[in-house]
Design a protein around this ligand. Structure first.
Ligand code: GDG
Length: 477
């Protein structure tokens, strides 16, 4: 079995326990089994780009932590990655803040990372690069002579061809992607979007539905919907601490149900629309007064980016106005927590909430939707209300699927979720649960690595069918 080399923006803490979060733990387990490297930024905010990376050996795994200067962090990470690529890939061209120094830093940091990583690679390593921060990495590795198989997984959406074409540097970005052997996306929509771009721009020749050739390279594009450690999360949900248990008992006594939302505080998550939908529900159903409350946890991220500061102010204003209008001396309809809560608290909180309200305007997958399903009690489960624009909606079709821009529709579906009879809740949840447990983190990881291991070769049928340049005219005329 080849060694595995994982590259992500931030190197994971390989000593952290299972309670620290699903994805990093799943990838770290795969690394520990196969042996290999995890390479990424060390998380320090005042380093020196290009300084000798720190190497720590843990069993068969080398953790290589690279340093970044404060300036590169501002330009490469907050700038290009999070003020250009993040909004662009979430269909928000209006929020793209393109600056030449962002771009210069982005490509240079990737080149530096490639040079640093190259020294540690073995000839038959399997390299797996994660996310939009590192699109150019394979191109720079190839320039340095890297012949190993390199896969790329995009955790966020990939925009439609028309939208991408309006963005600065789109040709350079797509050309950089073509240096990978395998590109994995969360959804079929993302796969189709890159496929259309490649076909329309004639950037690469299509060999079959998922395979393209570009110069002497063969590229495969496919869908690998990411999953969670469903069994582990379900177990965590059962072990509630005393405070969570008491909160649930109190609500049960008062006959009060809870809607829950949990997100990083990000404009892509549709939080203002979600708050308004809850306000609309209370407005249209006065009988729900004191009978339902909405708990939204929104942990702060990327606060140095203006668009994130703006959304925070908007949410505080909305919370104030909804509570001001509907609250009573013994009932706060909307509780908004603007900080992270521990994972072992959030799992039982999901379980104790009758509705999971997950309504991003655009999301690669959305793991919260899957965590909510995994945490439910199968005999008396809650209902998932899910945006049609979350990648998860492609799989979780038994959720109540909503348009996150349509406030009335969301209010209606919230009401339907609160009123849903037990039989229907059980039926929908059983179907959802099966999908979440089947397509879990381990299945996702294995399927990506299996395809990457076989990648780089043209599909047999197409090679045989491939028409040589001179033959094409003869056959078609
Ligand atoms: C990107 C893509 C894709 C959130 N608040 C707290 C907390 N969380 C945890 C959740 C969940 C994770 O963070 C969020 O995952 P999402 O998938 O919802 O969203 P992104 O962070 O935007 O992730 C996304 C994902 O990559 C994976 O490919 O699904 O589409 O945007 O696990 O539970 N965890 C704790 N406290 C919090 O307050 N402990």
């Amino acid at each position: 079995m080849s060694r595995l080399v994982i590259v992500s923006n931030r190197v994971a803490d390989l000593r952290a326990g299972a309670h620290s979060g699903g994805l990093a733990v799943g990838l770290a387990d795969a690394l520990k089994e196969r042996g290999g490297i995890w390479f990424g930024w060390d998380g320090e905010e005042d380093g020196t780009t290009g300084a000798e990376p720190q190497v720590e050996t843990i069993g068969k795994v080398e953790r290589i932590a690279a340093s970044l200067s404060a300036e590169d962090l501002a330009n490469y990470y907050l700038g290009y990655a999070n003020s250009v690529l993040w909004p662009m890939f979430h269909y928000r061209l209006d929020l793209v803040d393109y600056q030449t120094e962002f771009s210069e830093s982005y490509w240079r940091v990737n080149e530096t990372f490639a040079r640093q990583l190259m020294r540690f690679l073995n000839p038959d390593d399997l390299i797996w690069v994660h996310d939009y921060h590192l699109i150019p990495l394979a191109g720079f590795l190839r320039q340095l002579g890297c012949r190993q198989k390199i896969g790329f997984f995009l955790h966020i959406p990939f925009p439609p061809s028309d939208l991408l074409s309006a963005a600065p540097e789109h040709t350079r970005l797509v050309d950089a992607l073509l240096n990978y052997d395998l590109i994995g996306f969360q959804t079929q929509t993302d796969v189709n979007n890159l496929r259309h771009y490649l076909v329309e721009s004639a950037t690469a020749e299509q060999l079959d539905e998922n395979t393209f050739s570009f110069g002497d390279r063969i590229l495969r594009i496919d869908r690998f919907p990411i999953g969670i450690d469903a069994a582990g999360f379900a177990d965590m949900a059962i072990e509630a601490d005393d405070e969570v248990v008491m909160d649930q008992m109190r609500r049960r006594i008062l006959g009060r149900r809870q809607i829950i939302g949990l997100d990083r505080l990000d404009y892509s998550k549709g939080l203002p629309e979600r708050f308004k939908a809850f306000g609309r529900l209370l407005e249209q159903h006065p009988e729900l007064s004191k009978k339902v409350s909405f708990l939204q946890v929104a942990s702060p991220t990327r606060e140095a980016v203006d668009a994130y500061a703006d959304i925070r102010i908007e949410l505080e204003t909305l919370t104030g106005s909804i509570n001001g209008r509907f609250a009573d001396f013994n009932w706060t309809p909307l509780r908004y927590i603007n900080r992270a809560i521990p994972r072992e608290v959030l799992a039982p909180l999901y379980r104790g909430s009758q509705v999971g309200f997950v309504t991003p305007l655009r999301d690669g997958m959305n793991l919260v939707a899957k965590e909510y399903v995994a945490a439910q009690k199968p005999s008396d489960p809650g209902v998932l209300v899910l945006s049609q624009f979350a990648g998860a909606a492609e799989e979780l079709t038994e959720a109540l699927i909503v348009n996150p821009y349509d406030i009335d529709e969301m209010a209606r579906q919230l009401h339907r979720a609160l009123e849903m009879p037990l039989d229907e809740r059980r039926e929908r949840h059983a179907a959802l649960r099966q999908k979440v447990f089947q397509q879990d983190a381990r299945a996702w990881l294995n399927s990506f690595l299996n395809v990457l291991e076989g990648a780089g070769a043209a599909p047999a049928k197409d090679l045989a069918d491939q028409v040589l340049p001179g033959e094409r005219t003869a056959q078609s005329s």
